[in-house]
Design a protein around this ligand. Sequence first.
Ligand SMILES: *Cc1c(COP(=O)(O)O)cnc(C)c1O
Length: 385
Amino acid sequence: MGIGTRLAQLGRTSEAHFGFINTPVYRGSTVLFKTLDDLQNQRARYTYGTAGTPTVESLESAWTALTGAAGTALAPSGLGAVALALLTALRSGDHLLVPDSVYLPTRLLCANLLERFGIETTYYDPLLGAGLEALIRPNTSTVFLESPGSQSFEVQDVPSITALARRRGLTTIIDNTWATPLYFPAHQHGCDLAVEAGTKYLGGHADILLGLVSAGERLWPALQRTYQSLAMVPGAEDCYLALRGMRTLHIRLKEAETRGLQMAGWLRAQPQVMTVLHPAFPTCPGHEFWARDFKGSTGVFSIILRPGFTREDLARMLDHMRIFAMGYSWGGFESLIIPFDCSAYRTATVWNPGGLALRVQIGLEDLEDLQADLRAGLDRLVSGG
Ligand SMILES: *Cc1c(COP(=O)(O)O)cnc(C)c1O
């Protein structure tokens, strides 16, 4: 069946809810047992709030079917899902490989938490494919991937890395937030664990925090155990909104793709813009892997401005935008723009793009309005105060 049909049907248990189409928001810690026998043998469909509710299970089962995984565990944020995946794969004394383009809070998690538990991280050039083999040590257990990279958008050669990992007995975890399972089926490309920040496109309205980890057969029991040990359960309302978001995910992503491509093409033609870092554009490092492996692109990308602009020029541009707002996260209905600079924390590669860098998220506003806002902003850049 096609993706629209599947998204309309996944995770629904209407017959258990008097025919109502959507699984309601179940709130609850305690679940009551009828008899001593039921209590002592945990004979009940649900046993406790952290062990699952109909709302949580609807989302988990829908995501498992959508990703083609063996199972899914949820977390109360995307970063929580990254932590859940890493804690599932790693043990004390292990060595972990992480791309230099990784989402910054993931890097901080490795430095501030994993390090304390005796797990050492080495960062690698995200454009390395099978060449990653040279970095494998006797205690290397896990390769983390994020494709495209946060802010800088390097696309990774995922199939080469997962093939290498399989050959060397390593676990692979991918942060697949940008593409979602619709545009990059991570498990089909050999990833053991796939993380999605549901906060972004799945929620789609900048009003929830949620993370999902899907696991292939080999890692599913370990993921389940780690989830049960931590009991980091997302809020019932957020699970409900994620399920609602899932019904229109394909339509919103298609729109994000079309608009992202149009705006990236328009920006490329502006005299103040030097480069567009959009995976579907040949100027994006690793574009060939996007073209080979991805089924689409979404509405978040970066641009590099021509050299010579100062922070003051940038403030003149950004402080007076009328539609594009400054704020973290993306994947909602609203357009966002933020400056970024990866140079301070990269260790395996050098970030020196030659001009100021901006990440843009294209929302659902009218394209002519977005272009007018950006054109006025780019004009303020050069207006000299
Ligand atoms: C936003 C994001 C996260 C974290 O999601 P939160 O819900 O904000 O914690 C993780 N990975 C990537 C790639 C993200 O963009």
